[in-house]
Design a protein around this ligand. Structure first.
Ligand code: ADP
Ligand code: ASP
Ligand code: MG
Length: 417
C-alpha cells in the first residue's frame, strides 16, 4: 500500500499569538489532513514569548549560563505544542505533541546555537501511521547526553525544513506574518514587492544577509534535499513565495533583493604579527568557541610585518568575542582588540550578478548620493555587502532598493534569481 504524501507546516510566533490564532493554525493543519496529507506541524513560541524569556533571564542574571538559557527558552515552544494539540483535539481530530527529546532530534552540544545532527523518523512515522497530526516543538534539540539545546533565534524554520527533508516531505509550508518573501523587509521599505519564486541560492544569501523572514540554515536543508519551501501568510490565502531549485533564465535579474543586518559588531585585531599560521590560530580559536564569523578583512602595514585583521560577528556574541580575542592577543602578541557595536550591513543579492556588470558601481553611487559612508565592502559570487553606521542602515536599504529598481515589476515574469 502506498503511503500518503507528507507535508510540514510551520507557524511562527505572531501566527500563534492567542487562542484564536492557534485555532486558525489548527484548522489549516486539519484541512491539509482532510485533503489526504500526513501532516507534521512545527510551532514556535507564542507571540514575543522568547524575547520576554530572554529579558527575564537577563533580569535575574547579567550573563546567564547558556545551558540554563536553553532550558528556559525551550519552554516557550513546549507551551505551543500542547495548546496546538488541544486545539486540534477540540476540533475533533487526533494529534500528539512531541518535544525534540521525545521524537529524537539530536543536535551537537553548542548551547544557544546548536546544529541538528540527526533526526529519528520512527516515533513521528508511527504516530502519523496511527492517523494523528504530529506537532513538533521548533527551535530545540537534545544532544547525545540528553541535554536540551536551542538551534539559534528563528530556527523553528530549520526544524521544519529538516523534518520535511528527513521525512521525504512533498513540501514545507512556512506560515508567517507577511505573505511571502519581499524584495526588502516590507516594514522598512514600503515599496518592497512580493517575489513569486526564488532560488534556494538567492534565498540562502538573503537570509544570511539579514532577511529574517527565513532562518538561513532552513534553506540549506531545503536545498540539499530539494524540498520546495512555500512562505505564505497565516492570516490570508494570498499567494506566497516558492523557494525552489534554480531554473533556466534565473540570471536575467541582476539584483533580486536587498537586505539589512542590524545585529552586527565588528571585531578589529590591530597590530597582528604577520607570520604564517597566525590567522589560522586566531580563527581556530574563534571557531572552537562557536563564535559566528561573518566577513573577514585583513590588510598589511609596516612593509608587511604587521596586519590589521577584522571580522564581523553577531552583536550578542560581541562580549564573548572580545574575551576570546583578548586572550589570544596576550598569547600571540597582538597589539590591540577593538569592538565596534554600532554597525549594520546592507547587501544586494541576485544570481544575475554572475553575469551582469556594474552592480557594485550602482551600489556605491547610490550610497554616496544618500550620503551614507561605507566602512567596509565584501563581495561573493551573488552578494555585495557594505558595512555602514547603524543609524544609516534603514536609509541605505531604501536607497539601494530604489537604485536597483526593485519597486518596479521585472520585465520578464518568468525569470527568477
Ligand atoms: P515568524 O515569527 O513567523 O517566524 P519572523 O518575524 O521571524 O516571523 O519573520 C517575518 C518577518 O520578517 C516579517 O514581519 C518581516 O518584517 C521580516 N522580513 C525581513 N526581511 C524580509 C523580506 N525580504 N521579506 C519578507 N519579510 C521580511
Ligand atoms: N521562538 C524562537 C525565537 O523566537 C524560534 C523561532 O521563532 O523560530 O527565536
Ligand atoms: Mg522566524
Amino acid at each position: 500500500m502506498s503511503v500518503m504524501p507528507l507535508i510540514v507546516q510551520k507557524f511562527g510566533g505572531t501566527s500563534l499569538a492567542n487562542a484564536e490564532k492557534i485555532h486558525r493554525a489548527a484548522r489549516r493543519a486539519i484541512r491539509a489532513k482532510l485533503e489526504g496529507y500526513r501532516v507534521v506541524l512545527v510551532v514556535s513560541a507564542m507571540g514575543k514569548t522568547t524575547d520576554k524569556l530572554v529579558d527575564l533571564a537577563r533580569e535575574v542574571c547579567s550573563d546567564p549560563p547558556k545551558r540554563e538559557l536553553d532550558m528556559l527558552l525551550t519552554t516557550g515552544e513546549q507551551v505551543s505544542i500542547a495548546l496546538m494539540a488541544m486545539a486540534i483535539d477540540a476540533a475533533g481530530h487526533e494529534a500528539i505533541s512531541l518535544t525534540a527529546g521525545q521524537l529524537g532530534l539530536v543536535s551537537d552540544s553548542a548551547h544557544t546555537r546548536a546544529r541538528i545532527q540527526r533526526i529519528s523518523r520512527e516515533r513521528i512515522e508511527s504516530e502519523l501511521a496511527a492517523g494523528k497530526i504530529v506537532i513538533v516543538a521548533g527551535f530545540q534539540g537534545t544532544d547525545d547526553t540528553g541535554e536540551i539545546t536551542t538551534l539559534g533565534r528563528g530556527a523553528s524554520d530549520t526544524t521544519a525544513t529538516a523534518l520535511a527533508a528527513v521525512l521525504d516531505g512533498t513540501r514545507c509550508e512556512i506560515y508567517t506574518d507577511v505573505d511571502g518573501v519581499y524584495t526588502a523587509d516590507p516594514r522598512l521599505v514600503p515599496q518592497a514587492r512580493k517575489i513569486d519564486r526564488i532560488s534556494y541560492d538567492a534565498m540562502l544569501e538573503m537570509a544570511a544577509a539579514g532577511a529574517s523572514v527565513m532562518h538561513s540554515r532552513a534553506i540549506e536543508f531545503g536545498a540539499k534535499f530539494e524540498v520546495p519551501i512555500y512562505v505564505q501568510s497565516s492570516l490570508t490565502d494570498a499567494k506566497g513565495t516558492m523557494i525552489m531549485p534554480e531554473t533556466v533564465g534565473m540570471e536575467a535579474i541582476a539584483v533580486r533583493g536587498v537586505t539589512l543586518k542590524e545585529d552586527l559588531a565588528v571585531v578589529a585585531l590591530n597590530g597582528v604579527p604577520n607570520t604564517p599560521g597566525v590567522a589560522a590560530r586566531v580563527f581556530a580559536e574563534i571557531a572552537k568557541n562557536h563564535i559566528l564569523v561573518d566577513d573577514i578583512v585583513q590588510n598589511m602595514y609596516d612593509d608587511g610585518h604587521f596586519a590589521n585583521l577584522g571580522f564581523s560577528t553577531n552583536a550578542d556574541g560581541a562580549g564573548e568575542a572580545r574575551a576570546v580575542c583578548e586572550r589570544l592577543a596576550a598569547e600571540i602578541g597582538i597589539e590591540r582588540v577593538e569592538i565596534d557595536e554600532g554597525v549594520s550591513k546592507v547587501s544586494a543579492v541576485g544570481l544575475g550578478m554572475r553575469t551582469h556588470t556594474g552592480i557594485a558601481a550602482t551600489m556605491f553611487d547610490a550610497l554616496s548620493k544618500a550620503r551614507v559612508n561605507i566602512d567596509n565592502i565584501s563581495t561573493s559570487e551573488i552578494v555585495i555587502s557594505c558595512i555602514v553606521r547603524r543609524e544609516d542602515g534603514p536609509k541605505a536599504l531604501r536607497c539601494l532598493h530604489e537604485a536597483f529598481g526593485l519597486d518596479k515589476e521585472p520585465d520578464d515574469h518568468n525569470v527568477m534569481s
